[in-house]
Design a protein around this ligand. Structure first.
Ligand code: NAI
Ligand code: MG
Length: 360
């Protein structure tokens, strides 16, 4: 049956970069349809809400969502529930997206952009899997409390609750073991089991799930050590799985190893194989509408969409090969152009990828 991609381009550079990804979809000539809807500030302007019912309904019936980016300074004064960024949180919740996959790849031609020495990052290709729905970000109770003796006029303390349930850990562990199986069969689970009961439990449950994946090698690392190893020897990792908070921090750290935000895709998956795919960067209002944004993070997000939600691994490989080819042949948008290298625009980069696809 024909698969359907919901296309939510959003704000800022969103429409420009998503347009290039859609040209790639066309060029692949797959049995796939696309349907667009408004999201973020664009949806607020048209319907008074960043995630209107029509958009949510489309996202729910589609097999996957290709998302651009949302947000603009002009919405800063809106109450929180109407701000563009709320659309992402709403989609995560409504679609049950619990696994965030962020690859960090350092293309040989772009090692100069990394924060690390070229020999440490050249050829880097790791995948960080972050749990999205639990941990200290959502655990109850949370709040502020006044001192019993009323010694202070306002609150006297604030608290959050770190918490994971067995099913939450099991389902993210399964995603991680399956991803490792599709790569180099090595998984590192990152925890803080030496100090936190929650993460001793995490480690125990991940170890139990490992029994179902005997072909994958599992090791465990404390998060402080993982943060060090990521800058000392990032290529020693392959797939990393961790909780919501540690994953938030480590995935941003890993992004800097690659040097260029315009190159980093991401996927957020549910338990049925459906997912939302978006570049890791935001709507970049500072460069919107000028045909200078790098569309490759979005095109690589499309490749993840094809691989993880549409079962088109071959097409995904072709897209990734095309991206490697355009980089190897010297195509650079401004964000990845070195000194003395000529920068091309968003659309011209799209042209180059489509042309490279024709050769794969
Ligand atoms: P940003 O990622 O949009 O931009 C940071 C810097 O990177 C800017 O200088 C921008 O020009 C540059 N940049 C980003 N993507 C690029 C690309 N594809 N090509 C070339 N350069 C690129 O982050 P910022 O400035 O903090 O946020 C801007 C807006 O985006 C805010 O409203 C924010 O809330 C929103 N945002 C949305 C996200 C999403 O839709 N998932 C994620 C992060 C931020
Ligand atoms: Mg973050």
């Amino acid at each position: 049956t024909t698969k359907k991609i919901a296309v939510l381009a959003g704000d800022g550079i969103g429409p420009e970069i998503v347009a290039q990804a859609l040209r790639v979809v066309d060029a692949l000539e797959l049995d796939v349809t696309t349907e667009e809807a408004l999201v973020g500030g664009a949806a607020y302007d048209a319907y008074g809400h960043p995630l209107p019912p029509e958009t949510l309904a489309l996202a729910k019936v589609a097999d996957a969502v290709l998302f651009g980016a949302v947000g603009d300074w002009k919405y800063d004064k809106l109450e929180r529930r109407l701000r563009p960024e709320q659309a992402i949180l709403g989609l995560r919740k409504e679609l049950g997206l619990f696994a965030n996959l962020r690859p960090a790849i350092c293309y040989p031609e772009l090692t100069a952009a990394s924060s690390l020495k070229p020999e440490l990052v050249a050829g880097l290709d790791i995948l960080i899997i972050r749990e999205l729905t639990g941990d200290i970000y959502f655990g109850q109770p949370r709040g502020r409390r006044a001192a019993p003796d009323g010694a202070f006029a306002g609150a006297d303390e604030a608290f959050d609750t770190m918490r994971y349930t067995r099913p939450e850990i099991e389902r993210i562990a399964h995603v991680a073991f399956r991803a490792a199986r599709g790569r180099n069969k090595r998984l590192t689970s990152v925890d803080k089991a030496n100090v936190l009961e929650t993460f001793q439990f995490w480690k125990d449950v991940v170890t139990e799930v490992h029994a179902e994946y005997p072909d994958v090698t599992l090791d465990h690392l404390y998060v402080d050590n993982a943060a060090m190893q990521l800058v000392r020897a990032p290529k020693s990792f392959d797939v990393i799985v961790t909780g919501n908070m540690f994953g938030d921090i480590l995935s941003d750290e890993a992004a800097m190893l690659t040097g260029s935000i315009g190159m980093l895709p991401s996927a957020s998956l549910d338990s049925s194989g459906k997912g939302l795919y978006e570049p890791s960067h935001g709507s970049a209002p500072d460069i919107a509408g000028r045909d200078v944004a790098n569309p490759l993070a979005t095109i690589l997000s499309l490749a993840m969409l094809l691989r993880y939600s549409l079962d088109h691994a071959d097409a995904a490989n072709r897209v990734e090969a095309a991206v490697r080819e355009v980089l190897a042949s010297g195509h650079r948008t401004a964000d990845i152009a070195g000194s003395g290298e000529r920068a091309i625009g968003t659309r011209t980069m799209g042209d180059a990828v489509v042309a490279a696809l024709g050769r794969t």
